[in-house]
Design a protein around this ligand. Sequence first.
Ligand SMILES: Cc1cc2nc3c(=O)[nH]c(=O)nc-3n(C[C@H](O)[C@H](O)[C@H](O)COP(=O)(O)O)c2cc1C
Length: 179
Amino acid sequence: MHLLYATRDGQSRRIAERLARGLAAQGVTAEPADLALAQPSLSSFDPAEPIIVVAAVRYGKHLAEAEQFLTHYKVLTVPPPLVLLSVNLTARKPGKDTAEGNVYLRKAIKRHGLKPALAAAIAGRLDYARYSWLDRQMIRFIMVLTGGPTDPHTNIEYTDWDKLDALAARIAQRVGATA
Ligand SMILES: Cc1cc2nc3c(=O)[nH]c(=O)nc-3n(C[C@H](O)[C@H](O)[C@H](O)COP(=O)(O)O)c2cc1C
């Protein structure tokens, strides 16, 4: 199975690595690969081999390398099954972790006209100390609007690792049979 990720602060990479371990426990091999380092040559992909994309959101959009990949994926004549996982902070809220409930996921699926075999949003990390001054102020403002923490010392990992292991098992069952 292909396992591709797009990250800036590393949380999506950690999520991809955890998924790889969860999949391995189910007998499915998947090596995480950073989309920022190389865009895979999709024409060489086996149409039967599923692709997992783990993509972080910044300012309302998935990272450019993930967007680029999805654009290429979309024009394939026989697209392999796609598992699309969006990493963002909105997903920390109940009901905002599904393709219907998560605005970034819903919009990406619609914009690219995707039919993912499975799609989910995964809560990421809020670590104000890592951000530039401007980003910190912007995210704090978003947190004011969405009822999240605004203390600039906040460093919270919202990712639910147990839920991720359960997701890996679901992926293995749903699309892993062909991997
Ligand atoms: C500059 C910046 C912009 C962000 N914009 C959003 C956003 O629009 N919506 C959201 O839910 N989360 C947003 N986040 C939160 C990230 O999606 C979250 O921190 C995620 O864990 C980042 O993944 P990464 O570590 O793989 O880069 C933003 C974070 C940063 C630093």
